[in-house]
Design a protein around this ligand. Structure first.
Ligand code: SF4
Length: 395
């Protein structure tokens, strides 16, 4: 039975992931995970998150996937002990020393091998199994044919594949551009994504006259990878025996999460989704263009976005439904909403509904109305929608 593995960067995102059909959720702590600056949980928040997931019968995995220095191992072990106590369902790790430490110290938590370990071969998967791992994330650099072959040679261990989200120009996270340009270390979760910036050439005598460094009119965004979107490979990967389909994006918005999860939920459940329909749904959220990465055998210039580093989405997220009864619902407004606007509604079951908003808008339950509502307000809709429904305006 294949699983949809969703990211969660905070409690709201976690609840959206659950509502939109995640089978499993992964999260990071404010220490020891490769997302240091945002999208992380404190220990008490993680405990709350795991508790919420368990109420919904969903396992929660916690990333401890940095490559630690010598002095950090004791602290990582203490953190793992706390995760054991709170009932986390697995830890995601990369480092051989951490795996060995957890085994020697009898940490009672299944181990999932992180994408940071860059696992490419069945030999390595089985070596991790021998070390006690329960699951291995297969490197993004594998092709579909290589994954099929790998799956035929492994047994008794689960595998997972990243099917959607941003990718590194380098082997996942094994890159020091950020360290050199900004002093923020990619392997400590601090990457500032300089691979996606535009670069210019400065001549020493004329520092105030930068030149666009470009081989042609496209400019220089040589390292700017498009986002990965492997919806068309999911069925083949399921047949090959991949256990879990992972979505990238602990730092992404709830709009991204709802949209991407609802699409992959359908695809994993075997619903036929046309290529045009899938792309159209994914185009509603911010993206840098989509690519199938290494899945087809190799990457080509078409897998990069050379001409700019803009992210675009063909819709504006207006708000999320936070409460409903049989007659009305409340929407938490996140962007300016205008009376009478034509909107698209995405429900947690993946239903898309076109709707015209009332004019004027209902600003509260007292009957007050307004022509426009801005971020932070609550809008009352005169019809019912499920909690966590997304409301957006298409371009
Ligand atoms: S700079 Fe780009 S390639 Fe390097 S670690 Fe960061 S995201 Fe990955």
């Amino acid at each position: 039975m294949s699983k949809l593995l969703a990211p969660a960067g905070n409690m709201e995102k976690l609840k959206v992931a659950v509502a939109y059909g995640a089978d499993e959720v992964y999260l990071g702590l404010d220490r020891f995970s490769l997302r240091s600056y945002a999208g992380n949980f404190s220990m008490s928040e993680a405990a709350e998150a795991i508790q919420y997931l368990h109420i919904h019968n969903i396992p929660g995995y916690v990333a401890l996937n940095i490559y630690p220095f010598e002095h950090e191992y004791a602290d990582i072990l203490a953190t793992a002990r706390q995760l054991e106590d709170m009932g986390a369902d697995a830890v995601i790790v990369s480092d051989l020393g951490v795996i060995d430490l957890f085994r020697r110290e009898h940490v009672n938590l299944p181990i999932h091998i992180s994408t940071q370990a860059n696992t490419l071969s069945p030999q390595t998967v089985m070596a991790y199994k021998a070390l006690g791992a329960a699951r291995v994330n297969l490197a993004r650099e594998l092709s579909f044919a290589q994954i099929q072959s790998l799956q035929r040679s492994v047994s008794g261990i689960e595998t997972e594949v990243f099917v959607h989200g941003a990718v590194c120009f380098s082997y996942s996270g094994r890159c020091a551009i950020s360290d050199y340009t900004t002093g923020r270390r990619a392997n400590r979760g601090e990457c500032t994504h300089p691979c996606r910036w535009q670069y210019t050439l400065i001549e020493k005598e004329r520092p105030d006259q930068p030149f666009d460094a470009a081989e042609d009119e496209r400019g220089l965004y040589l390292f700017n990878s498009k986002d990965l979107a492997l919806y068309s490979y999911v069925s083949g990967l399921q047949q090959a025996g991949v256990t879990s389909f992972k979505i990238e994006g602990r730092m992404k918005s709830i709009h991204y999460l709802a949209s991407v999860l609802s699409l992959y939920r359908k695809i994993i459940d075997g619903v036929e989704v046309l290529e045009t329909e899938a792309l159209s749904q994914l185009s509603r959220v911010m993206n840098r263009g989509y690519s199938t990465g290494f899945m087809k055998g190799n990457v080509t210039p078409d897998d990069y976005r050379f001409h700019d580093n803009e992210t675009r989405g063909h819709s504006k997220f207006l708000g999320i439904v936070t409460w409903s009864d049989a007659a009305v619902c409340h929407m938490d407004v996140r962007n300016r909403v205008e009376a009478g606007a034509e909107v698209e509604i995405l429900t947690p079951t993946g239903e898309l509904i076109s709707q015209t908003l009332p004019g004027p808008l209902l600003a509260d339950t007292e009957g007050n109305v307004a022509p426009v509502l801005n971020h932070g307000k609550t809008m009352v809709l005169p019809f019912t929608l499920p909690e966590y429904t997304i409301v957006r305006k298409l371009d």
